[in-house]
Structures are given as C-alpha cells and as structure tokens.
Design a protein around this ligand. Sequence first.
Ligand code: NDP
Ligand code: MG
Length: 395
Amino acid sequence: MQAADPRRVSIFGATGSIGQNTIDLIARDPDAYDVVALSGGANIARLAEDARRLRADVAVTAFPERLHDLRAALAGSGVMAAAGPAALVEAAARPADWVMSAIVGAAGLAPGLAALEQGATLALANKETLVCAGPLVLETARRHGARLLPVDSEHSAVFQALVGEDMAAVERIVITASGGAFRDWPLERLASATAEEAAQHPNWDMGQRITIDSASMFNKALEVIETREFFGIDPDRIEVIVHPESMVHALVGFRDGALMAHLGAPDMRHAIGYALHWPERRDLPVARLDLAALGQLNFRAPDGARYPALALARRVMARGGLSGAVFNAAKERALDHFIAGHIGFLDMARLVEAVLDRFESDPGLIDAPMTLDTVTQTDHLARQRVDAAMAQRAG
Ligand code: NDP
Ligand code: MG
C-alpha cells in the first residue's frame, strides 16, 4: 500500500509554549508532515534550529530588525528567511492543509485570517483572534470553506463534548479556571503582587503572558468571549467555575439535565493533538488520569472581587461591535505595564475598565463595521488610551 501524501502544516508562534508542544507532536511522525512555514519572534536560535530540523520552506521572525540574524542562522539550510508582520501574512497565505495559530496577542489575527483565506484548517490557540474579531473571522472561514478548530483546552473540551450533539439541545457551557497563582492569597496582598509571583502557575506550564492572565483571570475573561464566538451561545448560558486541580476542562449542560464533562491531565498536547488528528483520535503522549490516586476534585464559584476581569468580559459581550478589540488591546497594554513594574496587579483591571468607559461613550468607534483595518486601528487607539491614562496618573 502506498503511504498517504504528507500533510502540509504551518506553525505560527512555533518558538512559544504551544508552538513547541505542536512541534513535539509532529516531530514524532516526520514522514506524515510537510512543514511549510514556522514563525517566531525574538528566539532566533530556536526558530532556525526547528526550521532546519523540520525542513521548513520558510521561517519568519515577527521582528524586521532580526532578519539579518535569522538569515545567518539559516545559512546553507535551504530554508528561506523572512521578517515582519507582512511576511507573517505572506507565509500564512502559502498553501497548507493545517495551520497552528499560536502567536501571543492580537498579532495573531492577520496571519490567522490569511490562513483561512487560503482555505486551511486553522487550529486556534490564539484566543485573541476571536475576542478581537469573532464575527469577521467566522465569516472569513465560511466564505473560504475553511475550518476552525479550537486548541484552548476548555474550548477543545467543549468541542469534544458536543460531538454528535445539536447546539439547540445545549442549555449551558461551563468552563473551568484554576484560579491562578493568587487563588489562595488574601485579597489585601494582591495590590502588591509582582509579575514574577503572578507568573507561577499552579498546574499548567504556559507562556509568561497567559500565565499572568490566569492569575488575574483576564485569561478566563477572554475565554468566555471566545466561547461565545466559537459556539454561538448566549453569554448568560456561559458559566465559569474555579476548579483548582485543572483536570476537568469544561462541561456542557444539555436540556435534559445531563452534564458532559471532559477530563484529562493538564497537558496542551491533548488539545493540540485532537485538533491535529480531528476527526480521528490517535495515540497521544499524555499522562493518563488515575482517579483513585486523585481522590477528589474540587469546585467553587469565582469571587467577583478577586477577579474583576470576569465582569468586564460580560460587559464587552453585552456591548458587542469592536469592544472586544478594545478590551483585548487595553488588557495587553496594561499587562505590558504590569510586567515592566509600572503598575500594580489590581491596576490592570482598573485601567482596562477606564479605557472601556472612554470607548463606550464613542459609539462611532465601537460600532464601525468590523474589518481587519478597523480592528487594527481600534487596537492601536486602545493601547494609546492606556498609555494616556498612565501619563495622567504620573502627572
Ligand atoms: P508564548 O509566549 O510561549 O509564545 C508566543 C509565540 O509568539 C512565540 O513564538 C513568540 O516568539 C511569538 N511572538 C511574540 N510576540 C510576537 C509578535 N509581536 N508577533 C508575532 N509573534 C510573536 O505563548 P503561548 O504559547 O503560551 O501562547 C500562545 C497563544 O496560545 C496565546 O494566544 C495564548 O493565549 C494561547 N494559549 C496558550 C496556552 C498554553 O498552554 N501556553 C493554552 C491555551 C491558549 P518568541 O518567543 O520567539 O519571541
Ligand atoms: Mg484555556
């Protein structure tokens, strides 16, 4: 029997936590894949090494000033080097069957749209894509007959619980949250929490930014919006529950009262592998749960005072339009300032709320038609507003 043609795959954000887990899976079966494009940012050595090893056609760094280094690192390999946001979009437009979207932040949107436009199946780890531009992304996929598969663990869990089900029978979706690094800290201590402390996740090993977003639950706030966009469910049917063990990733409640839960070890290779092999299930190198050894699983309602980001997500969903792009960009910029030590942990939600206040009183902006241009402009404006609010505090 003749072997099937290798699948053409591209990985955006290949040097990051999701990207490296994706490479781990495809490198186990190199003959099955033909790697088209890999992208990274500052980690040129990692990008070049993986591009050589996987024989990628092209390697792209997001940062134009690093093109020279990337070229040098790829010399003699036959892998083409490219750099900058436009090169990312060009690489995503190269024909591929399966594309992993694992850039961090709103920078993942344009390459994701380009991948959908060429009809690829887009495995979406970059939740910002749906938060900033859900309707535009879904419409682009529909128009080009492209498929979107979730990689965020909660959304993969929901997707799996929905196999063979009708959305009309779904009463609610419950996504779990670990509670992050500060879930057991006294509230008074949060104001002085540092970025190093916030970057210690109790269960998952992830990139720095999403780990800090887990401590503030801005990550869960983005995921609630992602759930709304991905599954087209009313916001008031989406619930968040704190589950410290991170073994149950999500639950789907049906109209007959059944609640289908998805359990698995906290290892992103499960959700990545499910999206890679969908609609089949294949062997994956993830730990199997030993329920007797676990003994118990715990659940509790999230505390609104500890996690103000959750209420902000509700507000964004009620407002609609470009408010998701404002929310995400303000959050990203506030996070930059927190990581740089300019503001405290609790100031992030305050800044984001202040920026949402300003934009909501400007309907011309929020209700503009959603295109890549308007989303990008709104993103820039929201970041500027965060900086302006910071300057005001200082002055
Ligand atoms: P990392 O920070 O580990 O990796 C981010 C990747 O994006 C790296 O390849 C990085 O390059 C690249 N990058 C950084 N800045 C830019 C930019 N401006 N333009 C283009 N590329 C850039 O992030 P994660 O892997 O943790 O997360 C990636 C995405 O997946 C995020 O949207 C996150 O929310 C989502 N996600 C992650 C999970 C996880 O377990 N990590 C779970 C669920 C969702 P370099 O490192 O070379 O600078
Ligand atoms: Mg998640």
